[in-house]
Design a protein around this ligand. Structure first.
Ligand code: ADP
Ligand code: TYD
Length: 206
């Protein structure tokens, strides 16, 4: 049996990842394809607890290293418990964020360094690499405007626009060296963005 295809969505907060993942999910359903949808951090019992710690505004004393290791801990859990078994069974995996988030947020914006985040990303996932990654690139101000109707900001959103700008730079730098990452202009209609995504996905899945 052939392995499932592993597709990840990346970008700054509010860039439109969930919207695109949903559009793709609907098409997978309509085609009767077997898939699972997961999100990071979270997606497992252990991971959801770690997510609560990571996003809790009260945890403002969390060190950068503690934060990095918590993201990797949640990732190790979901990779071994959910993602790898699905791919082995031939089930496709659609993932809202994966290790590129750590490279951009912790490695680049938090200045923990690419060497460290690359090393931990590989260890946490046993080198499970996405087949394709869609990076939804957008100006943080535009993304922030879209989020205005959402609830209270979490610990990471509270870092503000200049932080999101750094994260964006981190993603774009990563995309320059990683061929699997497709950069998409996310300042377009959801339908226009999705058209680019679906072409590439059906090329891959056939
Ligand atoms: P993310 O998952 O990256 O945080 P969402 O998909 O939840 O982002 O989108 C954030 C907000 O922006 C939502 O209110 C969503 O309806 C809206 N949105 C998503 N994509 C677009 C788009 N292409 N144009 C305008 N608004 C969008
Ligand atoms: P979430 O509510 O899932 O954000 P979004 O809807 O924007 O995807 O919150 C996850 C937050 O954690 C988000 O601000 C990005 C951040 N994050 C990291 O800093 N590093 C990581 O490795 C991951 C997976 C997420």
């Amino acid at each position: 049996m052939s392995k499932g295809v592993f597709i990840t969505f990346e970008g700054i907060d509010g860039c439109g990842k969930s919207t695109q993942l949903n559009l793709l999910k609907n098409e997978f359903k309509a085609k009767g394809l077997e898939f699972i949808e997961v999100r990071e951090p979270g997606g497992t019992a252990v991971g959801e607890k770690i997510r609560t710690i990571l996003l809790d505004r009260k945890n403002d004393s969390m060190t950068r290293m503690a934060e990095l290791l918590l993201f990797e801990a949640a990732r190790a859990q979901i990779t071994e418990e959910v993602i790898l078994p699905a791919l082995e069974r031939g089930v496709h995996v659609l993932c809202d964020r994966f290790y590129d988030s750590t490279s951009a947020y912790q490695g680049y914006a938090n200045k923990m360094g690419r060497d460290l985040t690359d090393f931990l990303n590989m260890k946490a996932t046993n080198e499970t690499t996405p087949d394709v990654t869609f990076l939804l690139d957008i100006d943080p101000k535009t993304a922030y405007g879209r989020r205005a109707t959402r609830g209270e900001e979490d610990r990471i959103e509270l870092m503000g626009l200049s932080y999101q700008e750094k994260v964006r730079e981190g993603y774009l730098e990563l995309a320059r060296t990683e061929e699997r990452i497709t950069v998409l202009d996310a300042d377009r209609s959801p339908e226009a963005i999705y058209e680019d995504i679906r072409k590439q996905v059906w090329d891959l899945i056939g």
